[in-house]
Design a protein around this ligand. Structure first.
Ligand code: AMP
Ligand code: MG
Length: 416
């Protein structure tokens, strides 16, 4: 523990570990591969084929024997009898003999007896004219060696090897591999369903004109998009007034909708109208609610009637940061993914930073000088200041226990 840490506050890492330990993979389903990009694979995929499935040519050219062409050059070209033609999609029965060449197209099977392919560019033929008569012989003016321009059967992937591991979020190239293997339907984790409740008497919908003292509810829009970027489905429970009874009603309604994780914003602080903690204590369990971070110290995690629950702070920046720190990894795990650590880069501070010793996630504008990222404040860093987030390229992190970092210090950055 660092000297400046407050023993009443949970560290970000401890909080994240507790949260992740309580999150379990959702169930699985089978989908056509054309709908599987971005979904998380739940079963291993082994190759049922050698890839490539047969030895084939990687160039348009001529299949040859090495002994015939090993010394071919522009000064000493070699003439070979052209005895056949192998278009892609055909399969040769002819065996290549010394002194012979067989024309072959990219992807066409290598005939027995052939040891290399001479690309058409190494011969006296300019290009293969479609439909033209095959010449009786060809002249080769450059040597090739054993195996040149041949893609051997199984060299990419031998049959029986594991191709894709469970927990992988499928990418376009993975779909191509599934198609190659003839896998048309694939087992994936189903999309997690996340309910969002926005609590607060001051909130009105985006169509409404706020009366005095009211503001438009914005957190659910930011969070829904963040959830979407993790591959989750959002169930919007709308605005819930600051009333324990109405909060419980709304949570109960969400529980009926087969939700995998409940999420709320606001009402987790120590304000007179903050009921989220009470609702959890009465209907489930509350695991923690004060985390050593800034913004976003009040953060509730627990279960409501058996469903994992995360109560984010109401301030828009705090809610956003709380999602990035805790919910993005939690949703990755919920989705079945095995890698929930985030890609981190580092940047040099353009200006010195003071901190209060909590782990701080500041909004930064990024530039790149001589290949090195440099970061500075996006603007006023208040946790209600959504515009600072709009202007920011990154969050940059001042670790817990650090109260001052001079300009030039290196900090971790997260692209947002
Ligand atoms: P609270 O956590 O309830 O103390 O709220 C903290 C601040 O966040 C207050 O200024 C709220 O008005 C604001 N806030 C709470 N919920 C939302 C929301 N859904 N959208 C925008 N601002 C909110
Ligand atoms: Mg409130």
């Amino acid at each position: 523990m660092t000297p400046m840490s407050n023993p009443d506050l949970l560290s970000v890492d401890e909080a994240l570990q507790q949260l992740l330990a309580a999150i379990h993979f959702v169930g699985t389903e089978t989908v056509p591969i054309e709908e599987s990009c971005g979904r998380v694979l739940s079963n291993p995929i082994d190759s049922t084929l050698d890839l490539p499935p047969f030895s084939n040519s990687s160039m348009d050219g001529f299949a040859v024997k090495i002994s015939d062409v090993a010394h071919a050059s522009a000064e000493n070209p070699v003439d070979l009898a052209l005895v056949g033609d192998i278009p892609a999609g055909s399969f040769p029965s002819q065996v290549l003999r010394p002194g012979q060449a067989i024309r072959i197209m990219t992807g066409a099977p290598i005939p027995d007896g052939a040891e290399a392919v001479v690309p058409v560019e190494y011969t006296n033929i300019d290009r293969h004219e479609a439909g033209a008569q095959l010449p009786k012989s060809i002249r080769i003016n450059r040597a090739v060696t054993q195996g040149d321009f041949i893609r051997w059967r199984g060299e990419d992937l031998p049959r029986g090897s594991q191709v894709l591991q469970p927990g992988l979020r499928l990418r376009p190239q993975d779909l191509g591999m599934l198609a190659t293997l003839g896998v048309g339907m694939v087992n994936v984790y189903r999309k997690p369903r996340i309910a969002i409740l926005s609590t607060g008497d001051e909130l009105v919908g985006i169509q409404a004109t706020p009366a005095q003292g009211q503001i438009r509810e914005s957190n659910s829009y930011t969070l829904a998009a963040q959830i979407g970027s993790c591959g989750g489905d959002v169930v919007r429970m709308g605005i819930v007034p600051d009333s324990l009874q109405q909060l419980q009603q709304s949570l109960d309604a969400a529980v009926e909708l087969d939700i995998d994780l409940l999420m709320s914003t606001a009402g987790v602080s120590v304000g007179a109208y903050d009921f989220v903690r009470t609702a959890l204590e009465r209907n489930g369990a509350l695991n923690f609610w004060r985390v050593n971070m800034r913004p976003g110290k009040p953060l509730a995690f627990g279960h409501y009637r058996g469903i994992p629950f995360v109560g984010l702070p109401g301030n828009p920046v705090s809610a956003f940061v709380g999602f990035e720190v805790f919910l993005r990894p939690a949703l990755e795990k919920l989705s079945g993914s095995r890698s929930w650590s985030r890609e981190e880069h580092s940047a040099s501070l353009i200006e010195a930073v003071k901190s209060d010793g909590r782990q701080s996630y500041l909004r930064g504008v990024l530039t790149r000088v001589d290949g090195v990222y440099q970061v500075k404040f996006a603007s006023h860093q208040g946790s209600g200041n959504l515009f600072s987030l709009v202007k920011a390229d990154v969050l940059y992190i001042i670790p817990a226990g650090v109260k001052y970092l001079p300009a030039g210090s290196m900090v971790k950055i997260w692209f947002i």
